[in-house]
Design a protein around this ligand. Structure first.
Ligand SMILES: Cc1cc2nc3c(=O)[nH]c(=O)nc-3n(C[C@H](O)[C@H](O)[C@H](O)COP(=O)(O)OP(=O)(O)OC[C@H]3O[C@@H](n4cnc5c(N)ncnc54)[C@H](O)[C@@H]3O)c2cc1C
Length: 387
């Protein structure tokens, strides 16, 4: 799979954060390039049938046992597909609650957080004779009133993205290409990129950004057996950290390992799969929700030209020191890189005694990280995008 993606021009770079480099690699690609290759690979798999012009519109359900069990799906074309296990992999707009309601089932449990910001993204090619800047993680740079992202992709392309609050009075002005690019030139994080870029797309807007977790197992057990959701259909976080595909693949890998257990115990299978999802993917959802609450406060104050200061707790000092130190301390950098690339949970990454003591020494030594001086303040931003 990785070789096939690279043959299509997908870029492979070491997984790293600052001074911390891992042995693993990350792949950079525009969505369609990677998805088209994945589709070509899946089509060649024995036993896979694509129903191209069709879609799932509902479930078929057996209610003969104490807990209902899914027996298959109904398709838009009017036909049905019987199944030992139905997997809802239909993404963040999954209609599972409607299908449950239509089948007379209780509603799935949902946690939902509106993120309160939107994305503007444009893709670029590299100007002839120029070099693409190095892609780094984190790919984002937070300003008081927005966030700027720069990330390489396949075949000498890259994307530049700005997020702003949905309440920002400059949100429409920033969609004008001249304003969008003037601002990217003014931010040190994006300036080297925009300087070598030739636009190859319009500016696309992505709104309705949310974090959402959906569970079909309640404290009374599964609402229904024989059906699980994976990927974004089960839980998704806003795209800021670029984790959705990795989390979806982790989910799919686990499903592949255990799917053979479903036919014999469709209800127990759903319960065990839910527990695995909560235990292995839940922590990433929870940390994103906490981070996004702070982001909303930052943006609300940033619009007013004010600076958001996070509540000063031991945990917030620890996190700020860890991310700051990662830039030049290899040991802390590796711990942060493992966490950023989902190889270790925050608890696992920072439980190492050496990592923790380096961070504590930095904090007790009075260390702090000033933000770079060349960040456009709110007044500069407004004059750039309203000129
Ligand atoms: C703006 C943006 C930027 C992102 N950037 C990144 C990034 O840099 N890195 C990263 O890892 N993740 C990123 N993500 C997240 C990533 O795209 C998702 O996490 C990932 O695509 C989830 O995969 P999925 O297979 O669960 O769902 P999807 O990719 O949404 O696929 C769902 C599929 O189900 C099909 N479908 C839907 N309904 C039905 C139906 N009723 N019947 C049959 N088929 C149906 C759809 O057509 C689609 O093909 C980004 C997301 C957004 C919105």
């Amino acid at each position: 799979m990785v070789e096939a993606l690279i043959a299509r021009g997908v870029r492979e770079i070491p997984a790293a954060v600052g001074a911390g480099k891992l042995d693993e690699h990350m792949l950079l690609s525009r969505r369609l390039v990677a998805e088209a290759e994945l589709r070509r690979i899946v089509v060649r798999e024995a036993g896979v049938t694509f129903l191209d012009d069709d879609a799932v519109v509902g479930l078929t359900v057996s209610t003969t046992g104490p807990v209902p069990v899914t027996t298959g799906v109904r398709l838009r074309s009017g036909s049905r597909v019987d199944a030992d296990l139905v997997v809802d992999a239909s993404g963040r707009r999954s209609a599972l609650p409607e299908w449950f309601a239509e089948a007379g089932l209780r509603a799935p449990l949902e946690d939902r957080q509106d993120c309160g910001f939107f994305y503007l993204t444009r893709f670029y090619g590299v100007k002839p004779g120029c070099e693409m800047p190095e892609s780094k993680i984190p790919a984002s740079f937070a300003l008081d009133y927005g966030t700027v992202f720069a990330l390489g992709a396949d075949n000498d392309t890259f994307s530049l993205t700005i997020t702003l609050s949905v309440d920002d009075p400059c949100r429409k002005a920033l969609r004008k290409p001249d304003c969008f690019e003037a601002f990217l030139h003014a931010v040190a994080h994006s300036a080297p990129w925009i300087s070598v870029g030739v636009p190859i797309s319009d500016i696309s807007m992505m709104s309705r950004i949310e974090n959402r977790r959906r569970r079909t197992t309640t404290s009374d057990g599964p609402i229904i057996g024989g059906i699980v959701a994976i990927g974004d259909a089960a839980l998704h976080t806003n795209p800021t950290l670029g984790r959705g595909i990795s989390m979806g693949l982790m989910h799919a890998q686990h499903l592949a390992q255990v799917a053979h257990l479903a036919p014999d115990d469709p209800v127990g299978f759903v319960e065990a799969f839910s527990a695995w999802t909560d235990g292995h993917l839940g922590p990433w959802y929870d940390t994103q929700v906490a981070a996004d609450a702070a982001t909303q406060d930052r943006l609300a104050m940033g619009i007013l030209g004010e600076r958001y200061e996070p509540v000063d707790t031991q945990a917030s000092r620890f996190a700020a020191a860890a991310f700051g130190l990662a830039a030049h301390d290899e040991v802390v950098g590796v711990a942060v890189a493992k966490m950023a690339h989902l190889f270790a949970s925050p608890a696992e990454a920072f439980s190492d005694a050496e990592v923790a003591s380096r961070i504590e020494r930095f904090i007790t030594g009075g260390g702090s990280f000033d933000r770079p001086p060349d960040v456009p303040d709110r007044r500069t931003f407004e004059s750039l995008v309203t000129q």
